[in-house]
Design a protein around this ligand. Structure first.
Ligand code: 57M
Length: 361
């Protein structure tokens, strides 16, 4: 809104010219979301407690998790509202990608919300099948828009950007739609699996959104994109404003979710945050790089796949002591903060490597 209200006044008040710049608005969308979530966090936790929106801990987990019983959950609502508020204040609302990302967050947010509410009321969330079907529908909506309705994207819409290669951009044709759905739905579920220790998921989300803020800015900047020989995507620069808002909102949430957590994000947080990162990866055409940028989520999801496959193949043996991987380290005796901080360190290293691929081509 600031962009629409204040920038037009810059002809009379030249200092308002700053509202034109994506860098300026990105910085302040992050700060606004952060301050809002810090201020509203305690208030939101009290509301969740008042309505007894509290976690019931499953028995089969590591023992010390029983102490977490009664922790307020659905704190993802704090992230979503502060991210949305800040985006509406600072982004150019005529930009189609802003709305695509907002719709993705709302779509996955509603699925997570329904799942959380059902868990609270009945003990079980929505069935795995229904959840996956709904996620695929949202992913398909995003994919169909990008492939068939996004003006200007036609010539490279179905081409895949491959890290380390300048010119090699294979055309996947129709398969690209399935690929988009896989990326978005896969990321949403991988973040959900990772969200099993205090701050474990939100840390890598912060690192990923910081990385994508930079990538979106570069992709949407003709000169930078040309210099780095990456696909220029008109209007994608504005995504930096949204990505930065998520970064700020997530940092504010971490204040309350850091060990020992005062609140969990719930599916209403994990599913849309994963969906959002997947959507940004696809829109900026840095889909494959997400394997590195969201490397911790990929590793966690792979650990579950390996565990289940190995269990079936060997007729009952376990590959890890417990999956997802963070539980394996807990079972080995690492303290919870140790696992969390080490996973953050891995996420930071992978993000730095991913940024190096922009130049290493
Ligand atoms: C999300 N949810 C947490 C919280 C959070 C196929 C299988 C691998 C699925 C997987 C699963 O159910 N994943 C879904 C995991 C839960 O957190 C809630 O859920 C929200 C996210 N959706 O926001 O509301 C628990 O995690 C802990 N937690 C924290 N701090 C946080 O900030 O401590 C969460 C956030 C919370 C709290 O204890 O209650 C979860 O883990 O349930 N299943 C599993 O992850 C289970 N693994 C398993 O069964 N492994 C098997 C096979 C199937 C691979 C094996 O290794 O043999 C583990 N889940 C639990 N205990 N609770 C097993 C141990």
């Amino acid at each position: 809104m600031f962009y629409h209200w204040l920038y037009p006044l810059s002809s009379e008040f030249s200092f308002l010219n700053v509202f034109k710049y994506i860098t300026f608005r990105s910085a302040y969308s992050g700060v606004t979301a952060l301050v809002l979530s810090l201020i509203l966090g305690n208030y939101m936790i009290r509301i969740l407690q008042k309505f007894q929106i509290e976690e019931k801990i499953r028995d089969e987990g590591p023992e010390h998790h029983a102490l977490k019983s009664g922790t307020p959950t659905m704190g993802g609502l704090l992230i979503l509202t502060t991210f949305l508020g800040s985006t509406l204040l600072w982004a150019n609302l005529e930009n189609r990608y802003i709305w695509l990302i907002i719709l993705s967050v709302i779509g996955f947010g509603l699925i997570g919300f329904r799942d959380d509410i059902l868990k609270l009321r009945k003990g079980n969330g929505i069935s795995a099948k229904e959840k996956l079907l709904l996620q695929i529908l949202v992913g398909l909506g995003i994919g169909i828009y990008l492939l068939y309705f996004d003006p200007g994207r036609a010539e490279y819409a179905t081409r895949l950007s491959v890290p380390f290669f300048k010119e090699f951009r294979p055309d996947l044709g129709f398969l690209y739609l399935l690929f988009i759905v896989f990326i978005i739905v896969g990321t949403s579920n991988a973040v959900n699996l990772t969200d099993g220790l205090d701050g474990l998921a939100i840390g890598p989300i912060i690192i990923a959104t910081l990385t994508y803020t930079g990538i979106a800015y570069i992709c949407g900047h003709v000169k930078f994109a040309e210099y780095l020989r990456i696909q220029y995507i008109q209007d994608a620069g504005e995504i930096a404003v949204v990505s930065s808002a998520v970064l700020g909102a997530s940092l504010g949430f971490l204040w309350y979710n850091s060990y020992p957590a005062q609140v969990f994000m719930g599916d209403v947080g994990s599913l849309p945050l994963g969906g959002l990162i997947g959507t940004i990866a696809v829109v900026t055409k840095h889909e494959l790089l997400l394997i590195l940028i969201g490397g911790v989520f990929v590793i966690e999801a792979l650990s579950v796949i390996i565990q289940v496959a190995y269990f079936k193949y060997t007729g009952g043996k376990r590959f890890f002591r417990m999956a997802p991987l963070h539980h394996h380290f807990e079972e080995l005796g690492w303290s919870e903060p140790k696992v969390i901080v080490r996973f953050w360190i891995v996420a930071a290293i992978l993000a730095m490597i991913s940024l190096s691929t922009l130049k290493l081509r």
